[in-house]
Design a protein. Structure first.
Length: 292
């Protein structure tokens, strides 16, 4: 680890030790690591991808969520320890990032860390620094599109999406025109020397009645996913970028810190890709993972 990364690692340690201190700010951090505020703030942001104040805020909110689930501490006490002057202001910010009130979150008894502690030895994609997270109960989801078995690499995924984009206008009864959906189906997963083998789907969500089945284009197939509960990670990203590093970090870093359990009867990931792209080429991406 080089000197700059050592400085950031020391700062991350300092933040964890003083997360509830009212005096924790840029001045305190730079005094602890012996850097000027201007250069150190730029260094922290460049190496971690998130400004210092935002990282502290998200870590405090994660700690608040943990205490709501695992302690009986009053919500007002948690709010004050998180740097908020009133329970109302804390509840408003909590609602914005977790999509429910602190009281409802406590009642669910599921800990969902908003910002895992930064581990600088690993690459941290932008998604995991800035994602929004929520629990979402979904009804039955029916997709129409293309599927491929991945046996010798991930090239088939790109080919599946190209076919879908060329022919998506022929899919009848689309129920969500704002998103297309990708599904990693690991039901028959295996990992050989030639690489992982699983089934990949690219399609559009439809409201398709049984008597409409004949209207599905012949080259396409239909996939029906039963009603499930998902933990959903939402962020702005490029649809063409690989999700592999993001999903690896969710499974390898986020889930070990969380209290929700994977649904072993639903071995797949569901990813919604927004059809709208902003001026920076970013779309809304939502990664849904089935949980109990």
């Amino acid at each position: 680890m080089n000197d700059n990364r050592e400085q950031i690692s020391r700062a991350v340690d300092y933040i964890e030790e003083h997360l509830q201190d009212e005096t924790l700010d840029l001045n305190a951090l730079t005094a602890a690591v012996g850097y000027s505020k201007y250069h150190w703030h730029r260094l922290f942001t460049a190496l971690t991808g998130v400004p210092v104040h935002r990282y502290i805020q998200r870590r405090r909110m994660s700690e608040a969520a943990r205490r709501l689930v695992f302690t009986a501490d009053p919500i007002l006490r948690i709010a004050l320890d998180s740097g908020y002057q009133t329970q109302r202001s804390f509840s408003r910010q909590f609602q914005a990032v977790y999509h429910c009130s602190p009281k409802i979150y406590r009642r669910r008894k599921l800990y969902l860390p908003l910002q895992p502690r930064l581990e600088l030895q690993n690459s941290q994609p932008d998604a995991l620094r800035n994602f929004k997270i929520q629990i979402r109960d979904e009804g039955t989801i029916t997709l129409v599109g293309y599927c491929a078995e991945l046996r010798h690499g991930f090239g088939a995924i790109g080919r599946t999406w190209r076919k879908l984009h060329q022919n998506k206008s022929s899919i009848p009864g689309r129920s969500d025109p704002d998103f297309l959906i990708g599904v990693h189906d690991y039901t028959e997963f295996s990992n050989s020397q030639k690489g992982p083998m699983f089934t990949y789907w690219a399609g559009a969500q439809v409201e398709l009645l049984d008597d409409q089945a004949q209207s599905v284009p012949k080259s396409m197939r239909r996939l029906t996913l039963p009603a499930r509960r998902y933990v959903v990670f939402e962020y702005q990203g490029r649809c063409q970028d690989s999700l592999e590093p993001v999903i690896e970090l969710i499974y390898n870093q986020w889930f070990p810190s969380a209290s929700c359990q994977l649904n072993e009867n639903a071995q797949y990931d569901l990813i919604r890709y927004g059809e709208f792209t902003d001026e920076q080429g970013l779309s809304n991406i939502q990664i849904g993972i089935p949980i109990l």
